[in-house]
Design a protein around this ligand. Sequence first.
Ligand SMILES: N[C@@H](CCC(=O)N[C@@H](CS)C(=O)NCC(=O)O)C(=O)O
Length: 381
Amino acid sequence: MTDKFKFYSWSVSLYSGKARAYLIKQHIDFDDISPADPHYDAHIRPAIGRWIIPVMETPQGEIVQDGVDIIDWFEHRNMARQPAYPKTPKQLISSLIMEMFGVEGMLRPAMHYRWNFDQDNLDFILQQFGLFAMPHLPVEERRDMALHAAGRMRKAAVQFGVTEDTAPEIEAAYHELMAEFDAHFSAQPYLLGGAPTIGDYGLFASLYAHLGRDPHPLRLMQEKAQMLLRWTERMRNPSADMVEFIGCDESLIGSDTIRDTLKTLLRRVASDYLPEIEAMVSFTNECLSDNKPAENEVVGGESLGRGIGKCRFEWRGRQVTAVVMPYRIFMLQRIQDAYDGLDEVAQKQVDGLLGETGLSSIMHTRADRRVERRNHREVWV
Ligand SMILES: N[C@@H](CCC(=O)N[C@@H](CS)C(=O)NCC(=O)O)C(=O)O
């Protein structure tokens, strides 16, 4: 037993970045540990039933998998220095929407900018994957083995809808998005003022390991969006790191205010991700009525990343085909659950914001069955 939390993760892992930022911001005493550590194979993997990161092990030996579950472990015990979930309705729902967007909605730019710029990225990525996965091997051998893993990840990029046809639009949209983030973080240190919330942590998933760390997209961010870059630094700093916001304190903006620059980002979710959510949910509902999965059945089968099929939708004048991932239903449900838990007055306030930003349909685009996380898996209930 040790008195520190153990965080099994890699710096190159998208989902690890979200939970790590939370641990850093809450001043949790933890160590980053590679899943290459023998303890992972001996104890962690058998307990969760597959190889996946991030995983947290508490000082008492409890094992927690998944970014949401790790964050909620602290939130549910009132151990958060700065709670991740805002207390007011519009801020809570906006933050949860941005969480989903960062964790799932930005995977196309994240995958494109990692895997389609070999000249700038490949050497770095292979060295990094090799280093974290096989630190005991000689450098040359590490690189060859990482090359094999890279082939699998490139295929995953296509599954998410990154193709030669969509690439120019993915780039155009990402340049617009960078400018929108830059405008927001020029006015505010975090999404909702002087402290990070769940939306910041979710966004940090895509905006760190891939878009804020791999050489090509990092350079883009340095050139095009310095205030966004500053936010990525801030999210890795245990201090509030608001040096350019003199006089700003570590609190959220009052009166449940949503700044115009955040409304612009919500409109971006409506234009860039809502069409996929709608197609994904309608595909899922057809699938549910055809297959009628049993209660507690692991969604999409045992292996990670195996979606339940593919959906098609129109985006910026292109037809995009993308894998339907059960985890995305779970993330969408979080927003809808939070909305359902509000009283009627608060719901009306949220409805106003969603109407103004083109997101009204997000609350009634629902899967016919719920996805819950049980025993470290997503299951149908
Ligand atoms: N929903 C999970 C997703 C975790 C996840 O997909 N992690 C990736 C690394 S970023 C992984 O472990 N992949 C294993 C594999 O592809 O075999 C979470 O947020 O923790």
